[in-house]
Every structure is written in structure tokens, then in C-alpha cells.
Design a protein around this ligand. Structure first.
Ligand code: NAD
Length: 255
């Protein structure tokens, strides 16, 4: 871990008025949930064009539900890691306004963050594509037709779509508008475990930058967007983020 980077990140947070976090799949890797693009990530096993697009889901929902059967236990058994807890602590300290996340795993909320914007929805609910009835994860697991392969609505037998945002699907406009507002009015954005390859989330750091805000990136590997950042701290989120928060507390005289 680069101690100098940690100190500089803590200092930027100390000098800021409004901090917001943007998190991606990388923050949950240490909780046992693989990301998409790293070696061994989900996309190496599941072709994004077949499994990750809205069109792919509509034409072949059984593919998604097969993948979900394999992935749901991983999501359900995952526990928040020190990076999730450190961001929750930064919120409790009154320094972090909100977490904008691309993740669907609910780990920020479980770690204690109270203001979490789920840009890409959640795996915990779904709805009937015909009548819009809402189902919990437990219900979705019970409800299946097509020889146990596709979750479907008991009222009209239509496919149940999980409330995750597929490629080719619009994001919830209210969530996106609030994320854009937070990004544009924060003077530090802490970007954790994000390759910044997925839009519109990847555009949010630019909003902070345009208002002369500072960007701190925490990733295990370099991204194609590191030039945007004022500071790039390479390392595991579960180590780097708690170290930044601890250093901030020291610098702020809180410990
Ligand atoms: P990504 O897979 O494109 O990139 C992950 C990034 O995290 C990379 O930059 C990598 O260097 C970094 N990383 C990996 N392990 C890390 C660690 N231990 N600590 C710090 N950084 C680490 O992920 P993305 O940019 O978030 O975008 C992919 C999409 O995947 C998102 O839309 C998201 O919805 C979805 N997704 C979510 C989950 C989840 O909910 N946990 C899991 C997989 C994918």
C-alpha cells in the first residue's frame, strides 16, 4: 500500500466540504463477488452479449435465470468487507454525503451506509414483465415455469425480470438525476473498484471535475481513465479505503 497516497487522499478529504463515493464491482471482490472484467471475472464465463443485454434477456430469459441460479448463493452469502464499513463510517462522521454504486449486491446498506444510490438496480427484487407485480428474491426462486428454468408470474405466466439494469436498458431517471446532482456539487469524489467503462456511471467523475472537484481512484489495476484522477491509489479496496478513513480521522483530530 502506498502510504503517501493514503495521506494525500486523507488530506483531500479533510480539506473538502462535500465528499461523494462512486463504487463498482471491485469494492465487493474481497467479499467474494467476482467483478466483470478482471481475469476470472464474470464476463470470462458469461458472454455479456448473451447474458448481460436487455434484448438477450427478453429473447432467452432462461439463460439469465440459469446464471442467477449459480450466482445467487454467492450474492446471498457475501458479507460487507472493510471497504464497505469504512465508507459507512465516513458517512457517520458527517463527511460522506452518499454512495453512488453500480453494484446490485446491497453490501453498502448492510455495512451501515444509509444513503445509497443503486444506479444499476438490485438483485433482491423483480417484477412481472406483463402486469408489473413485484416479487422478492425468495419468491422469484420459488416461482418458475419452463421446466424450472425461468421465473414467471403466477398471475399471467409472463417472465419475471429482476430489477437489475441490463445493458441497453435505461437507468432510473430519478436515481441518475440525483447521482449527477451529487457528483456536480461535491468537491471530492472517491471512486472505488470501478473500471469506468460502463456509461452513464462512468461520466459522473467528469461532473465533479468540471466544478473543479478532486478525484481519488482506488483500484487494484490501472484504468483507461486514470489521467482524469488527481490521485490514483493502487491496492485492494478493503485495505486502502479503511486506511484513508483512518488517516482522515487522525488528520481531523478525531482519534
Ligand atoms: P469492472 O468489472 O468493470 O471493474 C472492476 C474494477 O475494480 C477494476 O478497475 C479493477 O481494477 C478493480 N478491482 C478489482 N478488485 C479490486 C479490489 N479488491 N479492490 C479495489 N479494486 C478492485 O466493474 P465496474 O466498473 O463496476 O462495472 C461493471 C458492472 O458490473 C457494473 O455495471 C455493475 O453493475 C456490475 N457488477 C456488479 C457486481 C456487484 O454487485 N458486486 C459484480 C459484478 C458486476
Amino acid at each position: 500500500m502506498d502510504e503517501e497516497c493514503i495521506k494525500r487522499a486523507a488530506q483531500m478529504i479533510l480539506e473538502s466540504i462535500q465528499v461523494v463515493a462512486l463504487t463498482g464491482a471491485g469494492i465487493s471482490v474481497e467479499s467474494g463477488i467476482p467483478d466483470f472484467r478482471s481475469p476470472g471475472g464474470l464476463w470470462t464465463k458469461y458472454d455479456p452479449l448473451l447474458y448481460g443485454t436487455y434484448e438477450g434477456f427478453v429473447n432467452h430469459p432462461e439463460r439469465f435465470w440459469e446464471m442467477a441460479k449459480e450466482l445467487n448463493p454467492t450474492l446471498e452469502n457475501a458479507e460487507p468487507n472493510p471497504a464497505h464499513y469504512a465508507l459507512a463510517e465516513l458517512e457517520r462522521l458527517g463527511k460522506l454525503r452518499a454512495v453512488i454504486t453500480q453494484n446490485i449486491d446491497h453490501l453498502h446498506q448492510r455495512a451501515g451506509s444509509t444513503d445509497v444510490l443503486e444506479l444499476h438496480g438490485t438483485h433482491r427484487t423483480g417484477h412481472c414483465m406483463a402486469c408489473k407485480r413485484v416479487f422478492t428474491l425468495e419468491e422469484m426462486k420459488e416461482l418458475s415455469c419452463d421446466g424450472d428454468r425461468v421465473a414467471c408470474c403466477p398471475d399471467d405466466q409472463a417472465t419475471i425480470k429482476p430489477d437489475v439494469v441490463f445493458f441497453g436498458e435505461p437507468l432510473d431517471s430519478r436515481v441518475l438525476a440525483r447521482a449527477a446532482e451529487l457528483a456536480s456539487t461535491s468537491d471530492v469524489m472517491l471512486v472505488v473498484g470501478c473500471s469506468l467503462e460502463v456509461y452513464p456511471a462512468a461520466a459522473l467523475p467528469e461532473y465533479t471535475k468540471r466544478r473543479r472537484g478532486k478525484l481519488i481512484f482506488v483500484n487494484t489495476t490501472a484504468t483507461n481513465h486514470d489521467r482524469q484522477a488527481d490521485l490514483v491509489c493502487l491496492g485492494k479496496a478493503g485495505e486502502v479505503v479503511p486506511a484513508i478513513v483512518s488517516e482522515y480521522k487522525k488528520a481531523a483530530g478525531l482519534i
